[in-house]
Design a protein around this ligand. Structure first.
Ligand code: 1GP
Length: 239
């Protein structure tokens, strides 16, 4: 059943905040998955995202299968590449990197994914993916060969998000990049939230309860946390 987007929207309408744990197939050992997912299951997390900028060809499929054995939470692909598509997940963020001008990441890889997607039952969720300058070069920049948007030109970020919405995208994802030095600022989140009428995802560089609360308070509907949980599996115990 394809209800993940509707569930996200319903929670947004109720003013309930959501949290996705990002698991990178390149950074997790399969024999650790059950223990990690047990911790996620008892945390405030509402979703598990799976993906990374550079991932071995079959690693995602095997990892998602193992995750699904241990949780009822929705597993959503957050793919860095077409090779990360697997029918074992529930949904896929169909990301278009609208902050960049690399046609491959705007539409090219999407075209190449169609025959693969057709063989799956994945719920496909069109997502405007906006990379924002965060103090140092991130993996997304390197892999996609694109420049992030300046964090001081807030109007440009707002206009980019609004253009994504008007193009029909269902979600906006403000991304500082994995392990970012500077998370997306409260001002940016709040201005984008005021401008768009679709759910707002924020991720990258969020490493503390305070930063998480700030993001929610500014208007993030769903926050993505990866690195800090990779480094400290007890991170969610204190939320
Ligand atoms: C990266 O937004 C996600 O794509 C999460 O970032 O790893 O810094 O939490 P972190």
């Amino acid at each position: 059943m394809k209800h993940i987007y509707n569930d996200i929207s319903a929670l947004v309408s109720n003013g309930e905040k959501q949290l996705a744990v990002l698991i990178d197939p390149d950074k997790i050992k399969l024999d650790k998955v059950s223990g990690i997912i047990k911790k996620v299951n008892v945390s405030i997390a509402t979703h598990i995202f799976v993906g990374g900028s550079t991932v071995d060809r079959y690693a995602t499929s095997v990892l998602v299968e193992e995750i699904k054995r241990h949780t009822q939470l929705p597993v959503v692909l957050f793919p860095g590449d077409v090779t990360q598509i697997t029918s074992r997940a529930d949904a896929i963020l169909f990301l278009s990197l609208i902050s960049g001008r690399n046609a491959e990441y705007l539409i090219g890889k999407h075209i190449r994914s169609i025959s693969k997607l057709a063989k799956t039952n994945l719920e496909v969720i069109s997502t405007g993916y906006i990379l924002i300058e965060s103090g140092k070069e991130t993996a997304v920049e390197k892999v996609t060969g694109t420049e992030p948007l300046s964090r001081t030109n807030v109007q440009n970020i707002v206009d980019t998000a609004k253009a994504g919405e008007l193009l029909g995208m269902k979600l906006i994802y403000l991304e500082a990049g994995s392990g970012a030095k500077l998370a997306v600022s409260k001002e940016i989140i709040s201005c984008v939230k005021k401008a768009v009428n679709i759910p707002l995802i924020v991720g990258g560089g969020i490493r503390s309860k305070k930063q998480l609360e700030n993001a929610y308070h500014a208007g993030a509907d769903l926050v993505v946390i990866g690195t800090v949980f990779e480094e400290d599996e007890s991170f969610f115990d204190n939320l």
